[in-house]
Design a protein around this ligand. Sequence first.
Ligand SMILES: NC(=O)c1ccc[n+]([C@@H]2O[C@H](COP(=O)([O-])OP(=O)(O)OC[C@H]3O[C@@H](n4cnc5c(N)ncnc54)[C@H](O)[C@@H]3O)[C@@H](O)[C@H]2O)c1
Length: 368
Amino acid sequence: MNPITIRVDVGDGYDVIIGEGPLSRLGELLSERTPVCKSALITDQAVGELFAMQVDTSLARAGFVVTPMAVPPGETSKTWQMAGDILETLAKYGLGREDLMIALGGGVVGDLAGFVASVYMRGISFVQVPTTLLAMVDSSVGGKTAVDLSAGKNLAGSFKQPLVVVADISTLTSLPDEEWRSGLAEVAKSAVIDGEEFTGWLEAHAKQLLAREAEVVAEAVRRCVEFKARIVAGDEREEGPRECLNYGHTLGHAIEKVAGYGEIAHGLAVAEGMRFEARVAMDVGEADAAFVKRQDRLLDALGMPPLGLHMHSNEVLSAMRGDKKARGGAIRMVLPGAPGQWQCSEVVDEVIDAHLEAWSSTKEGDQR
Ligand SMILES: NC(=O)c1ccc[n+]([C@@H]2O[C@H](COP(=O)([O-])OP(=O)(O)OC[C@H]3O[C@@H](n4cnc5c(N)ncnc54)[C@H](O)[C@@H]3O)[C@@H](O)[C@H]2O)c1
């Protein structure tokens, strides 16, 4: 498979390199883009065991001096406190303004390290090396970084575009099944928001994606990165069309908060949110029953049946109100009409309440 390079035209612009094997050339790829320097390699303990040695060797061969740091795996590491600990460690190691931060891992490590890189010495260069499908297709591109606060997800954050993104799809073979499906949810979100062509392609290739066929996986990553690059190039700071990337996230983030961070994989919560928000759109927006059914079938085919969660609607509603998408306490949702058509609107509590009642009585695997 030949590596693919996609240019993201935001800020100074940067490349996303997608292929099988670029991890072992990381040092070389970085030295083409930045002078050799000190670098902090932030990873999680599980990812570090799998890939840190390979990355370290490649960076050292190119002359980079590497300080590795590993946080516990999972969403519970995406905290203000963890960011503070890393900042203190960077200062102790004497990392300077001209030095580099490398995030090796999933969206948690990418969001956390990106946030730290954006504030350390008012910002140092930052490289994304995503190792989950979710991070390759979504979180490593576009420059959003954040940590969670107890009041809600991603409530402290910044925009920090990376110097380069290096996505080695051969790292994905060790990804647990649940994390694989979590990534497929963001692929489905991108396809439905992008339009008919991507949605049709995904429907036709769902089986191969579930089986992790390398060529099809690379194609899915390419499509998602091109889609996201196009959206963020037109709206870096989410002042307009970038809002569409939040499809499924109003309920998704609320579910993650109510269940307790780390209890439900992010993408699976988003898939649940897509089902929910499509139904709200059928009620107060432009969606019809055929669209809702088609999206249900797509999510089923990608291994994401309804979760059958039983949560109190008040708790979910209040989590939605605390979401940063809410404005003046009014809840906003991305409401799809058809593949490629969407609007972002306020939805009144009575409508959400009625849908939450129906949703919380859904059993696992049920379609309403
Ligand atoms: N910044 C953005 O634009 C953006 C977009 C979407 C999601 N996110 C954020 O991303 C986070 C979710 O990211 P995620 O799903 O990658 O979770 P994650 O980073 O927690 O990774 C999931 C799990 O997979 C393990 N893992 C990672 N790579 C592996 C590999 N190659 N082999 C085996 N195990 C591996 C990790 O150790 C972890 O336990 C959430 O916090 C979400 O808010 C951010």
